[in-house]
Design a protein around this ligand. Structure first.
Ligand code: UQ8
Length: 346
């Protein structure tokens, strides 16, 4: 009898030790970064505000308005709703006081982005931090909370500190939307030292919000190099589009400076943008030429090509794989990028 009591007691004790060591308590926030009516960019941020480190995480969410995800980065995201996202090896561990965020783009089911509840064993604590965010407390809850578009309209976009600080109290409705048919984004590759080729991405989307948050989403699966076999190899072996399907550029824009440009006039501005590519985010400091073509159309161009180094985005082994596959003596890892983007006023 005593023996059994002792054994059961030990089991309970062991179970609680296991529970204490392996239960993680973090806050899971769903933040809309940009919403351009037909589509959105959002992130889920997991903040570990407990004493124990988080070792691995999976979160889930569901849209009740028909929204769907078209691209993601920094997590493995399932193909269809209800969505689940799990950690990659490099962001599985979240130390006490630290946070991990992963991003995604999608198409809106209605006319504005919705904010679902984030669920998962890791999401133990939380509170609603802004009208455009939801935080989750329930590991077992399967219902979604959707914030209506009226409350979304009065809230603040959350992104990098630079964007957040430039938009402290403004609404997040779109001011300008990318004209995907007119816009172009090209890059130039070099192989065998002297062979230079122009390539491009054919699917772009994006917007500039009233509060001055600009987003450009580049669908990496739309790479067009002029050779179909090469496109497939670049998708699979270089960009790894099954994991990182979009490259995302975000930057704060001074909306007063933008409205000061008269029709027929141009202005050159210096910007610090963030480029998220292949799971890595780096700053890009560059000059952009903005031309107001009509009252409702602007054109944004690079003043000089932006040179993207494959090594800076963890792409060097992919370039090496392409070199081997095509039996080439060399492929250059410095890639100039140029673009002409058109935006229409909303
Ligand atoms: C109003 C206002 C101001 C709004 C703001 C607007 C706004 C958002 C502005 C944007 C501002 C900004 C700062 C934008 C930044 C844009 C950038 C920099 C975007 C990044 C785009 C990107 C993802 C570029 C790709 C980068 C990269 C490192 C690519 C690597 C490419 C390489 C090296 C490819 C190698 C190809 C190759 C030679 C393959 C070999 C090959 C193969 C494999 C093959 O199979 C084959 O055929 C059989 C061949 O042919 C024979 C081959 O050659």
């Amino acid at each position: 009898m005593h023996k059994r009591f002792f054994r059961d007691g030990m089991l309970i004790l062991m179970a609680s030790v296991f529970f204490i060591q392996h239960t993680h308590a973090a806050q899971c926030d769903y933040n809309i970064i940009n919403d351009w009516g037909s589509g959105f960019q959002a992130e889920i941020k997991i903040t570990n505000n407990e004493a124990q480190p988080v070792n691995g995480w999976t979160v889930g969410w569901q849209y009740t308005d028909g929204s769907s995800i078209t691209g993601s980065w920094n997590a493995t995201v399932s193909d269809s709703s209800p969505y689940t996202a799990s950690a990659l090896t490099w962001n599985a561990k979240i130390a006490t006081g630290e946070s991990v965020a992963f991003g995604f783009t999608g198409t809106n089911g209605k006319t504005a982005a919705s904010v679902p509840m984030v669920t998962g064993a890791v999401c133990k604590t939380g509170n609603v931090s802004s009208a455009m965010s939801s935080s989750s407390i329930a590991a077992s809850s399967s219902s979604s909370v959707v914030v209506s578009s009226s409350s979304v309209a009065s809230s603040v976009p959350v992104n990098s500190s630079s964007i957040a600080s430039s938009s402290s109290s403004a609404a997040n409705s779109d001011a300008w939307r990318l004209d995907a048919n007119q816009s172009r984004l090209n890059f130039t590759t070099t192989k065998k030292i002297h062979v230079v080729e122009n390539m491009r991405f054919t699917r772009l989307s994006g917007a500039v919000s009233d509060s001055g948050s600009a987003t450009l989403v580049i669908d990496l699966a739309s790479v067009a190099s002029g050779i179909a076999v090469r496109d497939g190899r670049m998708r699979n072996s270089l960009f790894e589009t099954s994991i990182f399907n979009a490259a995302v550029v975000t930057l704060p824009v001074d909306m007063n400076a933008l409205s000061a440009i008269a029709v027929g006039q141009s202005s050159t501005i210096n910007v610090v943008a963030e480029l998220n590519l292949h799971g890595v985010t780096n700053d890009i400091t560059t000059n952009l030429k903005i031309s107001r073509l009509t009252a409702s159309t602007i054109m944004v161009q690079n003043v000089a090509p932006i040179i993207v180094l494959a090594d800076d985005y963890d792409l060097e082994s992919g370039v090496e794989t392409l070199r081997t596959l095509a039996n080439l003596s060399s492929i250059g890892k410095a890639v100039p990028v140029d673009f002409t983007l058109f935006y229409n006023a909303l």
